[in-house]
Write a protein that binds this ligand. Structure first.
Ligand SMILES: [Zn+2]
Length: 1041
């Protein structure tokens, strides 16, 4: 080993130049991480494949400025030098450096790190007076030469640089080592990868523009990091995340502080930041440091927004002054990809150069306009485009960014769906060939079959157990099956065996495999209104891991040996099994069997009495057991509502018939109860085995408050809401619809809404939730430990588990949000072309479910649509009821009560009660840059009298209305798509995307959950402000008629 000195010139965060001398050790052996290595390097972990035409080595400048291009998975064989990595670290900060590091770690990216500066023969010391960038480029070139020689010239090495003099100087020095500028490299080696070249041009343009900016200061400079740090410690500054109020995005933001270490003890709320100057270039989501303004300058937050109140109108009422501050520095940028809309032609200002600087408007209203330099402004007007932010200097009124990818024309279905995905950070590209290569083969020609070697390691239940599944009709991904049977009596009497058998996903998906990494990144299957994006490749989710009827499947089972009378648990068995489900039932069929109704079981074909009796008997026993289990939990206190799932059904044409279950079936709860039981017992098992590492579910406390409030409201109206179960909840809401003041006595009961179970986890849906896969692995390890084997390999550490849990939570939130927004998108697309004044489909019955300061939230069962109805407009007029129930706008006032709201005008007083049915008109408020929004206005204070033209079918009306809505929108989109194709444009809809499959739809519970979300929003985000269910937009300026 050789010791030398390395001189670094670093810039301190205050901008001073610092000279640092470090001892530097050189070694002869530094791993090359290439599979072509000729020198027995100690290459552990990821190595570069030899199956590429060349290796590419970016110099420091390319790594620093064009890393996004190197992130394309198509570009393989990338060697990052230590020199380039350090340049990224020093000039682009920790965030960018971490991004590079995760790129290097990710096996899906074919890139490695070569520690060139530790290699004795590739290291070159900096010469006196040599500029840093020149030296770095020289280092990388030397590394490229060494690398090429080290592999005995088996693979050409291409160094890429933006330094034209380097290209001239080095390109002909060594045979087999090429030096190209990035653009030429992309054109030569990746001509198919048009997106990379476009991105290159976009970034290059942005860099060029950046050099030619003005010097006039628009904002105060941010303070350097060490001053911020000291200030936060001393309590002078407050650290927190910036949250922009989307209804007043330009003016109002709040800093929610982190942790309890704030010295300013008088602060017990968020800090208000008013206006752009005080926000000082912080973007929604950034971690910032704020300084409080003198108390005399404190302001109140906006409390009530009235219908039609635009951003700029200033007659809003303000609450009591609160802590108000200004941003003095940014601790961490949390920028993501943003979807923007390019302005129409007349708004783009032409520049002197051949490019244009345009101000694009982000889809997310909380994000400021972004300045982009582009030569495509004309072509892209009214298109939605993904952009990334580059910088926001104090001399620039707006942040600078560059475009990444064009999504399509605004307003088109595919563009809008892609927008929703990007805005929620959901990345669901088709599974790669490498990922699919890990999958077992199953095709009609060579069907998959069980492996005899695997079979002997499993408990075979095929002959001994009657296994069946109960799911929504048409379900493709069957994660769970059940069995129940009598056991020979034991010393304490009759015994039963209950079995829950879950798809053994982790048998097929090995930890750390490419498929596993992809599933972890997705964390869940995403259900949008018209499509779904699976967490796992279809061969698993719809085939080998789906516990279909009549085929052998691997399962992970939990089986309880129970006392038949008391259901006391004698013994629990956990393990891997082999099953064959005999019946794939759907809920209605199972319920019909239980009710003793005529029912045709497809598997039985012509009725075979004995078998049918056996199945019915099993279902009855199961129902009995589930009732008892539930009763036990009820005694313990509370209920897990989320365990009850209602999924959408498909009709014969594979259309979604999404429905709010008006009459939930008991069998739903029976199945759910068994799943809850399994989840609970698996949680016990893994917690016993790994007290430190079990992934357990945690329930947030506010739920209880929410239900209490709902119950209070109901009680005030004279009836009870039973929230113990989905069915009970639905039943009581049904009753609530037509209440008699004394019909339902007020029950004085106090429920607890957490779990009556002390431990809980996710085990029963491994096909569509990554959390369940983790739990399956933990359970497998627990079983192995019990058998005497130490854990085969180290389990994930707590920190890793915590990170994964955080990721799963984030993705789940994103999935829920995307589902909600996509539903709203379809609603808008459906109503967009209908004239609300004449089209009877735009008038519907609505139920008031929440009372607000200046209106109410209503639910329209026919379309499964929720929204705000305003009773007061910007002119101060209120909705007033005529003799016939019809409504007008009149000058008057508004009074809100717990369970009703009244308006008073010269004509008289109108009352709107909680849970009352009213008639509303539905229209669409279009928006060019953001999402369109649904607007609701009261037509009449009475239930809607639907025209008698609708044909009654067995399906509930709501289901029909909503499925028609989605179908019609898709039909329209496909028609216009076909028209486009005729004009020679390529199809953007992949087969996968076009195909409809099972979709998860919001049930009654999720409707109520949303009310809770709004409640939380209200208290934590904008005080007592009215948020209109998150629909009130700055564009709602058009006054109501
Ligand atoms: Zn080597």
């Amino acid at each position: 080993m050789i010791k030398t000195e390395k001189v670094l010139h670093l810039k301190s965060s205050r901008g001073r130049k610092v000279r640092v001398v470090r001892e530097h050790y050189l070694r002869e052996h530094v791993p090359c991480y290439s599979s072509l290595c000729q020198a027995q390097c100690a290459n552990e972990g990821k190595v570069l494949s030899g199956e590429v035409t060349h290796y590419v080595m970016p110099d420091a400048g390319v790594a620093r400025d064009f890393m996004e291009i190197l992130e394309f998975r198509e570009i393989q064989g990338i060697v990052f030098t230590q020199t380039a990595c350090q340049a990224v670290q020093h000039s682009r900060g920790r965030r960018q450096y971490n991004r590079l590091r995760s790129l290097l770690k990710d096996p899906r990216h074919h890139c490695i790190l070569f520690a060139n500066e530790f290699q004795e023969y590739s290291y070159c010391p900096r010469e006196k007076g040599e500029p840093q960038d020149k030296w770095q480029t020289r280092c990388v070139y030397h590394a490229a030469v060494w690398y090429h020689d080290h592999l005995a010239g088996l693979k050409p090495v291409v160094m890429i640089t933006e330094d034209q003099t380097a290209v001239a100087e080095y390109s002909s020095l060594n045979c087999g080592v090429y030096v190209l500028c990035t653009q030429e490299y992309l054109q030569t080696f990746w001509p198919e990868l048009q997106a990379a070249l476009e991105l290159y041009c976009s970034i290059a343009q942005s860099l060029q523009e950046k050099g030619s900016e003005g010097t006039e200061r628009e904002y105060t400079e941010h303070l350097p990091a060490e001053i911020l740090e000291a200030g936060i410690k001393s309590g002078r500054y407050i650290q927190g995340t910036l949250n922009v109020n989307k209804h007043r995005a330009q003016h109002e933001a709040f800093v929610r502080f982190e942790g309890s270490s704030n010295k300013s003890s008088e602060l017990n709320s968020d800090v208000l930041v008013c206006g752009g100057k005080n926000r000082n270039r912080a973007v929604h989501g950034d971690m910032v440091a704020v300084e409080l303004l003198p108390k005399g300058e404190w302001r109140g937050r906006t409390t009530a927004l009235t219908e039609g109140q635009g951003e700029e109108k200033g007659d809003e009422t303000q609450s009591q002054p609160m802590a108000t501050g200004r941003v003095v520095g940014i601790l961490q940028r949390n920028w993501r990809d943003y979807v923007v809309t390019f302005p129409p032609k007349e708004e783009t200002q032409s520049q002197s150069r051949n490019s244009q600087r345009i101000l694009a408007t982000p889809w997310d209203q909380r994000i400021p306009k972004i300045r982009i330099s582009t030569q495509q402004a004309d072509k892209l007007q009214d298109h939605r485009v993904i952009v990334r932010l580059d910088s926001w200097d104090s001399t620039s009124l707006y942040p600078n960014g560059h475009s990444v990818r064009v999504l399509g024309r605004a307003g088109e279905l595919e563009t809008e769906v892609q927008t929703i995905l990007i805005e929620n950070c959901i990345h669901v590209p088709p599974f790669s060939e490498a990922q699919l290569g890990e999958m077992p083969v199953s095709s009609p020609e060579s069907p998959w079959s069980v492996d005899p070697a695997e079979v002997i390691t499993r408990r075979d239940l095929r002959q001994t157990h009657l296994v069946f599944s109960v799911d929504p009709r048409g379900c493709e991904d069957v994660d769970d099956t059940l069995s129940i049977r009598s056991l020979p009596p034991g010393p304490r009497g009759e015994r039963l065996e209950l079995g829950v058998h879950i798809a053994d996903v982790t048998h097929f998906v090995k930890e750390g495999s490419l498929t596993d990494l992809e599933a972890r990144a997705r964390a869940t299957t995403y259900y949008l209104a018209d499509r779904r994006y699976d967490m796992l490749p279809a061969v698993l989710s719809a085939d080998l891991c789906s516990l279909l009827g009549g085929v052998d499947r691997y399962a992970m089972s939990v089986m309880w040996d129970l006392d038949a009378q008391t259901l006391a648990v004698n013994k629990v068995w956990y393990g891997r099994t082999l099953i064959q489900s005999s019946y794939q039932l759907y809920y209605e069929l199972a319920q019909a069997l239980l009710n003793g109704e005529e029912a045709e079981v497809p598997e039985l074909g012509t009725i075979m009495d004995a078998k049918l009796a056996q199945l019915t008997q099993a279902l009855e026993t199961l129902t009995h057991v589930a009732r008892q289990l539930r009763a036990q939990r009820d005694k313990g206190g509370a209920l897990e509502l989320e365990g009850v799932e209602v999924r959408a059904q498909l009709d014969e044409d594979r259309n979604i018939t999404a429905l709010v279950p008006r009459q939930p079936l008991e069998v739903h709860e029976t199945v759910a109860e068994c799943m809850i039981y399994a989840n609970h017992w698996v949680a016990r098992k893994i917690q016993e085995s790994f007290p430190q590492q079990a992934l357990l579910r945690h329930h947030p406390p506010p739920r209880q408050e929410f239900f209490n409030q709902l119950q209070d409201s109901a009680r005030a109206r004279g009836f009870t809401i039973d929230t113990r179960s989905n069915k009970a909840l639905a039943d009581s809401l049904d009753r609530a619809v037509a209440p008699g003041p004394s019909a339902c006595p007020v029950r004085d009961q106090c429920y607890h809404y957490g779990l009556a179970l002390d431990r809980y986890t996710h085990f029963t849906s491994p096909i569509r939730r990554y959390a369940d896969m983790i739990v399956h692995r933990l359970l497998t390890a627990a079983i192995a430990m019990e058998k005497g084997a130490g854990p085969a390999k180290a389990l994930a550490s707590n920190k890793e588990l915590e990170e994964v849990a955080q990721q799963i939570n984030n993705k789940n939130r994103a999935a829920q949000h995307a589902q909600k927004v996509s539903t709203e998108l379809f609603q808008c697309l459906y109503f967009r072309d209908k004239d609300p004044e004449t089209d009877e489909r735009c008038v519907a019955d609505a139920v008031i479910y929440t009372i607000r300061a200046n209106g109410m939230l209503v639910f329209i069962p026919q379309y499964g649509l929720k929204g705000a109805v305003y009773l007061k407009n910007r002119e101060g007029q209120v909705v007033s009821e005529r003799q016939d129930g019809g409504c007008d706008w009149q000058t008057g006032s508004l009074q809100r009560y717990l369970d009703h709201i009244t308006t008073t005008t010269a004509v008289g007083t109108s009352t709107f009660n909680l849970f009352q049915h009213i008639t509303v008109r539905i229209s669409v408020q279009p928006s060019r840059c953001h999402s369109d929004t649904i607007r609701l206005e009261v037509v009449s204070n009475r239930p809607h009298q639907a025209p008698e033209t609708q044909v009654q079918t067995t399906q509930p009306q709501g289901a029909r209305g909503r499925s028609q809505l989605v179908q019609e929108v898709v039909r329209q989109a496909e028609a216009s798509q076909q028209a486009e194709e005729k004009r020679g444009r390529a199809s953007k809809l992949s087969t996968e995307e076009r195909e409809f499959r099972q979709s998860k739809c919001p049930n009654l519970y999720s409707l109520l959950e949303e009310v809770r979300d709004i409640e939380l929003h209200k208290t934590s985000d904008s005080g007592s402000g009215y948020c209109g269910g998150g629909r009130l937009k700055s564009e709602d300026v058009q006054e109501a008629k």
